[in-house]
Design a protein around this ligand. Structure first.
Ligand code: COA
Ligand code: MG
Length: 290
């Protein structure tokens, strides 16, 4: 079975497939991944042209080595199936499904790909942006435990969640936080990556930096972005900081010391560290490329 490759997803930039100028910029940007959007950023009259532009972009490897994802329209919409067929032929790294309500929506896309004998390394990502998806998170996460279902990553769709639930959108996201934390928990249960939703205000980079820092503390792997100005802050927030790296290295050194071989628990600078902390430290060092 195909195993999911680990890829950094600190900064994942949406670009409307209809914006040729923005698409042409992608290769030179420092984001980890790009989502070429056929869905909400594209008007109904432009769906067909957007699909063609997205396919050209992917076929010509317009993003260079960056992970490239196409967000199609919902399979229940009039464009969804044709989008999926076209995306399968263009072969991005993943297809992002919007408005997913539960595991059935993901399995439907998976089966369509299987029926056309699409390589199992074409992954599916799923937006979590409807009330039903929130209630079905556990079942969605279960799909992550079976690579045959192709699911690799969940993406918070905070604008749609605000619209669908009627909660007030505030700068501190106080009415969304509980749901965001549920998404992180579900992602971990299913060994999936989880990306935070977008921040619409791309001029206020101080606020954006704070939101990225908070998302990193909440356990998100990265943030979805709408504008190139947001890339740097996201890359910074979701990279391990120098202090965390030093601490992880100290834990690694402590457990490697001959005197500590075979010990399950140590005292390090007056703090208890267990083997689980060593595992955590190794994960962090791997993310930092050490
Ligand atoms: N990807 C790549 N390049 C982008 C970009 C994006 N998402 N957004 C803006 N740019 C480019 C612009 O083309 C412009 O390039 P230039 O300097 O060569 O002219 C530059 O960055 C500066 O853009 P700016 O003038 O500040 O913004 P704008 O008014 O052109 O666009 C938005 C603002 C919000 C319309 C645009 O950023 C956008 O469409 N973002 C993505 C929206 C989306 O996909 N939504 C769906 C998911 S939530
Ligand atoms: Mg949405």
């Amino acid at each position: 079975m195909t195993s999911r490759p680990h890829r950094p997803r600190r900064s994942v930039l949406y670009v409307p497939a209809t914006n040729a100028k923005a698409l042409a910029k992608i290769a030179s940007l420092d984001c980890d991944a790009v989502i070429v959007d056929l869905e909400d950023a594209v008007l109904p009259d432009e769906k067909k042209a957007a699909r063609d532009a997205a396919m050209r972009f992917v076929a010509e490897r317009g993003a260079g080595a960056k992970e490239t994802v196409i967000r199609i329209n919902a399979l229940s919409s009039e464009w969804g199936r044709d989008d999926l067929k076209a995306a399968r032929e263009a072969r991005p790294d993943a297809i992002l499904l919007p408005k997913v309500d539960g595991p059935r929506d993901i399995l439907e896309a998976d089966r369509m790909l299987d029926r056309s004998e699409t390589d199992p390394s074409l992954w599916l990502w799923a937006m979590v942006e409807t009330p039903r998806a929130m209630l079905n998170l556990g079942a969605i996460a279960e799909l992550g435990r079976d690579n045959a279902a192709r699911l690799a990553c969940l993406v918070a769709g905070t604008n749609d969640l605000v619209k669908e639930t009627g909660v007030l959108s505030t700068p501190d996201r106080r009415y969304l936080t509980a749901w965001l934390m549920q998404m992180v928990l579900a992602a971990r249960a299913g060994s999936l990556d989880i990306l935070d939703g977008v921040s619409n205000d791309f001029r206020d980079l101080d606020a954006f930096g704070a939101e990225c820092g908070e998302a990193a503390n909440m356990g998100f792997d990265g943030k979805t972005l709408i504008h190139p100005a947001q890339i740097e802050a996201a890359n910074r927030a979701f990279s391990p900081g120098s202090e965390a790296i030093l601490e992880a290295e100290a834990i690694r050194v402590a457990f490697a010391a001959p005197a500590n071989r075979g010990k399950g628990v140590l005292s390090l600078d007056g703090r208890m560290v267990e083997r689980l902390h060593l595992e955590q430290a190794e994960r962090l060092l791997a993310r930092a490329g050490k």
